[in-house]
Design a protein around this ligand. Structure first.
Ligand SMILES: NC(=O)c1ccc[n+]([C@@H]2O[C@H](COP(=O)([O-])OP(=O)(O)OC[C@H]3O[C@@H](n4cnc5c(N)ncnc54)[C@H](O)[C@@H]3O)[C@@H](O)[C@H]2O)c1
Ligand SMILES: [Zn+2]
Length: 383
């Protein structure tokens, strides 16, 4: 099934040195391409000049990314001039205040309805710039140029944009698809090892949902992503993005439930993030890694999948240095507290929390019939 989708939606072009993979997200008039390759920012002008107005492009970025990589984008866009609208780096910017700063910044630069705003940064920049683009002038176009691995494999694709508010994370936002996503693996060279691993967890997550072949490949070759092997990076990113794109095509607004599969490991993960107060103690991707391990262990306990698969998943996350036990985070024996967070999770509907469980590696499914008391008991005893 996946291979016929890939034949239809993906093309691999080879320039002199680099492979460029293009994945099409087919959403009618909201369709767009995701272009993945090595050194794309260097030739950004080729992709982005047609979207510029009066020789310039408005670029939303964070101060950290702009200081590290702004000059590369500037050089690659020449003679088009990027006009940066900058926010402080970090999750704190995904707020009402951050949103107002970006929208006011864009308006001060004379943003027009037909403009394409470029989001150049990690998931924070992408979510914020995307939401700002959705509302400024009642909606502008935007382009994602994701710079973190997590943004390259996850947040830049699919059109979910949001900010965090007092009531919770990502509770205010919109579905607003980008008009192009440019994924350049060169940008990962400045990303620190911990952030790389966190992004890697989301790649493993896709494999676990419905691509057992990718999981096997990651077991053999996944470590190459960390040593800067460009072909391996492009292969893994393209596989994960193709998985997400296909699910988004089938359920753009998460109405049929299929898109909820992308939350595999996340119901557990969000509870862990809430319990650690969304702090540096646990990055989102780290929470997802442990969340996937817990989802497998819980599924095995309920005889939905084999112990052997649960072990294989845990061993793989452990082999790359991602967390695989509650104990290593000091969260052992806190089942009730963690289940409470799940109760408050926004993914609940009709008073129940939908759990994404698994039959085996590559076969996740939605179970709407899980009793939170069972989850609390399971978490209480989990190592
Ligand atoms: N919209 C979606 O579908 C979706 C999906 C998953 C996650 N998200 C959101 O994404 C956000 C997390 O994204 P993130 O992990 O990219 O966080 P982030 O944007 O905060 O980036 C992490 C850190 O890495 C730095 N950074 C980014 N690229 C870099 C580079 N190339 N070199 C050096 N430093 C770099 C940033 O400045 C930041 O300090 C969360 O807010 C989450 O809710 C959204
Ligand atoms: Zn995630």
């Amino acid at each position: 099934m996946l291979s016929s989708w890939l034949t239809r939606n993906c093309s691999i072009g080879r320039s002199a040195a680099d492979a460029v993979v293009t994945i099409k997200v087919a959403l009618g008039e909201r369709s767009y391409d995701i272009v993945i390759g090595h050194g794309l920012v260097e030739r950004a002008v080729h992709y982005l000049a047609p979207l510029a107005r009066d020789g310039r492009l408005l670029v939303v970025s964070d101060e950290n990314v702009w200081a590290l990589l702004g000059a590369q984008l500037e050089a690659g866009l020449d003679p088009i001039r990027p006009v940066p609208v900058l926010i402080p780096a970090g999750e704190g910017s995904k707020s009402w205040v951050g949103l107002a700063a970006v929208v006011d910044g864009l308006l001060a630069q004379g943003v027009e309805r037909t403009d394409h705003i470029v989001a150049f940064g990690g998931g924070v920049v992408g979510d914020l710039a995307g939401f700002a683009a959705a509302i400024v002038n009642r909606g502008c176009n935007f382009v994602q140029v994701p710079t973190s691995l997590l943004a390259q494999v996850d947040s830049s694709v699919g059109g979910k944009t949001a900010i965090n508010v007092a009531a919770g994370k990502n509770l205010v936002g919109s579905f607003h698809q980008p008009s192009l996503v440019l994924v350049d693996t060169v940008l990962l060279d400045t990303l620190d090892a911990r952030q790389m691993k966190a992004g890697y967890a989301e790649i493993v997550k896709y494999a676990l949902i419905e691509d057992s072949e990718l999981f096997g490949w990651l077991e053999e070759e996944g470590a190459k992503l960390f040593s800067g092997d460009e072909a391996a990076r492009i292969h893994a990113i393209a596989a994960a993005v193709a998985g997400k794109a296909r699910i988004v095509e089938e359920d753009e607004r998460e109405t049929s439930g299929r898109r909820a599969l992308l939350n595999f490991g996340h119901t557990f993960g969000h509870a862990l993030e809430a319990e650690t107060a969304y702090s540096d103690r646990l990055l989102h991707g780290e929470a997802v890694a442990l969340g996937c391990v817990l989802a497998f262990a819980f599924s095995a306990e309920r005889n939905r999948c084999s112990e052997a698969d649960a072990r294989r998943v845990r061993d793989h996350f452990r082999s790359v240095g991602l967390p695989t036990t509650l104990g290593e985070l000091g969260l052992q024996g806190q089942g009730d507290r963690l289940a409470k967070h799940m109760e408050q999770d926004k993914k609940r509907s009709h008073g129940r929390t939908a759990f994404i469980l698994t039959r085996k590696i590559g076969e996740a499914f939605i179970d709407k019939d899980v009793d939170l008391a069972d989850v609390a008991r399971f978490l209480d005893q989990a190592p």
